[in-house]
Design a protein. Structure first.
Length: 245
């Protein structure tokens, strides 16, 4: 179920704000009934009309993108920088990213036009597991990594417990590779967590999101999710099993 004004906007009839005006002015019908409440939600089976003209709802699309570094997790950028939807020039549907990856972070990103699916995955209470690989300055001590596992205090509160593994180190260069598994999605969280223990991130990549990974893809490449993958993600998120670390 999605908000009526969002469906109208996605269909290209009007902007979200203009769609709200159409509803308030009584110009929208759902299943033959005039709707004037902005909170109304509709499904793909509902018949929607604007000024007596049927609204064709988009087919739901789900994609996995290996986002390169130096790309904005958005559908547009006022500075003219490359955005993730630039990698889908032949997709007519209005897809958008689920959550975001920082400009300097690469890795797995889901794009869809399914608002319910997007909210389900992005909402922190559903605990979608995310696995990151970070190259950091210095070689963290075991106790520092244990702090991250227990949860560490940041400016926006204490983080939830995480799983942290030191996978390799280079004593000569003074760097280390760390795998971080968490189920929160705060802004720049992994970078802030590692900086808080004195080991700033030099390079960061998200390798896994729920049950999905980047196998078979190079940076900038994408693929459509299978129906099974979409159902599996939805089921695991709803049951809370994805967030188990």
């Amino acid at each position: 179920m999605e908000r009526l004004q969002k469906v109208i906007a996605h269909a290209g009839i009007a902007s979200r704000r203009k769609a709200e005006e159409l509803i308030l002015n009584g110009r929208v019908k759902v299943n033959g009934k005039t709707i004037k409440e902005l909170g109304t939600k509709v499904s793909t089976t509902d018949k929607i009309e604007v000024d007596e003209v049927p609204v064709v709802q988009e087919e739901k699309k789900y994609f996995l993108l290996y986002k390169p570094r130096g790309v904005i997790s958005a559908v547009s950028d006022d500075k003219g920088r490359k955005v993730v939807t630039d990698f889908f020039p032949n997709i007519e549907e209005r897809i958008y990213p689920v959550g975001r990856l920082d400009y300097d972070t690469s890795g797995l990103l889901i794009l869809t036009n399914d608002g319910e699916f997007s909210n389900l995955l992005a909402h922190p209470r559903y605990g979608v597991k995310k696995v990151y690989i970070a190259k950091v300055k210095g070689i963290p001590a075991k106790e520092a990594l244990k702090k991250l596992e227990r949860g560490i205090h940041l400016e926006d509160g204490k983080t939830a417990p995480a799983k942290v593994n030191l996978t390799s180190l280079d004593k000569r260069k003074g760097t280390a590779i760390i795998e971080v598994t968490l189920h929160e999605g705060r802004n720049r969280q992994v970078r802030r967590m590692l900086e808080a223990i004195g080991h700033p991130v030099m390079k960061l990549k998200r390798e896994q999101y729920g049950s999905l990974n980047l196998h078979g893809l190079n940076a900038g490449e994408s693929r459509e999710l299978t129906l099974h993958e979409v159902k599996h993600l939805r089921t695991l998120a709803q049951t809370g099993k994805i967030g188990h670390i």
